[in-house]
Design a protein around this ligand. Structure first.
Ligand code: HEC
Ligand code: HEC
Length: 334
């Protein structure tokens, strides 16, 4: 009798595992039928110049879409690194991702895609092939129409570089998380403005940059390590960031060193409050990277205009102060 119950339970459990595995295998790489935005790229030189400012500055596409870790280090200080993609981003037990080739090459770059396909990626986190990506990695879905047009117009104006990038590589664990976690689903509720807030030092401009362009909010909010769902107040810090091992090796630093994003709400103990004046704040960004393996995009952010840096300063100071002592910024996992 007892044996039968155990056997019965075991069979049910096995069945659940089999059904779940079939479900994951058939849906992890699902294609989504999300409509294409109707935006069109432009060849106007002023629009292209604005796109260059965004791609190499606040929107920091250049931090990721390069060929390898050497290029990533160079891109932090020079603007000219080709956006040919290919570097590998390890995602721990989930596998790896590789930023795509954003040059207009017709066989390996965005020359393969029409405007609708590229704009849909930016606005809905659905790749040109119809599969979804990790949305918060490129959280540009509420970037204004005019800024998004500028970004894509600039990319289309670049010299094409032929470079086949490896694409994503999910382990079975990665496939399970991708099937279940909401941040791996398309973004369907974007509410972008038609025109970005003017490049003036206003709270409105700062909020727009911190959330939808410079992505301060993704890193400076505590998140679950597996699903990346927010588990703390926005901008209060605490998110622990896994080392990019190959980058640490290139830089000759201990590959076990993690970083933790600090609190940037206006609490007296926060990293924001270290800066007593706007001049000190701007000076910190102009200095660029101090911790050489920091995941923060210091190079691109150092290229922001004074007005944009001031806008972010004003916005962060308009937030409710949150007390959150995050401990050391650099640490080792036990
Ligand atoms: C934090 C790193 C990061 C940043 C910053 C970033 N990207 Fe990406 N991007 C990626 C990765 C990784 C992929 C591949 C995703 C995948 O395969 O699921 C990707 C894919 C893409 C794709 C899809 C292309 C294809 O062939 O599938 C486009 C288009 C794109 N990015 C454009 C941009 C633009 C434009 C910017 C700046 C406004 C930008 N990205 C900023 C990491 C980044
Ligand atoms: C990719 C993740 C990431 C993004 C995006 C990011 N940060 Fe950070 N930030 C960090 C980490 C990690 C640190 C701690 C290491 C360091 O100081 O470089 C940090 C440090 C800081 C500091 C403290 C610097 C100091 O000298 O003590 C400030 C201020 C800051 N970030 C503001 C911002 C703002 C503003 C934005 C958006 C424009 C932003 N961060 C975007 C990860 C990020």
């Amino acid at each position: 009798m007892f044996k039968k119950i155990i056997l019965g339970l075991f069979t049910v459990l096995l069945l659940i595992v089999v059904i779940f595995s079939i479900y994951v295998s058939s849906s992890w790489d699902k294609k989504y039928d999300i409509p294409y935005p109707t935006l069109k790229s432009s060849t106007d030189s002023a629009i292209i110049a604005h796109g260059k400012y965004l791609v190499t500055g606040p929107a920091h596409c250049i931090s990721c879409h390069v060929k390898d870790y050497n290029a990533m280090i160079r891109a932090d200080t020079s603007l000219m690194e080709p956006l040919q993609g290919g570097v590998l981003f390890p995602m721990g037990p989930m596998g790896s991702l590789s930023p795509a080739n954003l040059t207009p090459d017709p066989t390996t770059g965005i020359g393969r895609y029409d405007d609708g396909e590229v704009f849909r990626m930016m606005r809905h986190a659905v790749k040109p092939d119809g599969t979804a990506t990790l949305s918060i990695m490129m959280p540009f879905w509420n970037m204004a129409d005019d800024d998004l047009i500028a970004v894509v117009s600039y990319l289309r104006s670049l010299d094409p570089v032929e470079n086949e990038t490896p694409g994503p590589n999910y382990t079975f664990m990665g496939k399970i998380i991708r099937t279940m976690a909401p941040l791996f689903k398309p973004v369907t509720n974007s509410t972008p403005p038609a025109i970005a807030p003017a490049m003036q030092p206003t709270i409105e401009r700062g909020k727009y940059l911190a959330h939808y362009v410079a992505n301060c909010v993704t890193c400076h909010t505590n998140r679950d390590q597996m699903t990346f769902t927010a588990i703390g107040p926005e901008f209060a810090g605490g998110f622990e960031m896994e080392p990019m091992e190959p980058l640490h090796v290139k830089l000759g630093v201990d590959p076990d060193l993690w970083t933790r994003a600090p609190n940037i709400t206006p609490h007296p103990n926060s990293a924001l409050s270290k800066f007593k004046t706007l001049d000190e704040w701007i000076e910190r960004f102009r200095t660029g990277r101090i911790i050489e393996f920091s995941p923060m995009d210091w190079g691109p952010f150092s290229r922001m205009t004074d007005a944009d840096l001031e806008a972010i300063w004003l916005y962060l100071h308009s937030l409710d102060p949150v007390e959150n002592e995050i401990g050391p910024v650099i640490f080792k996992k036990e």
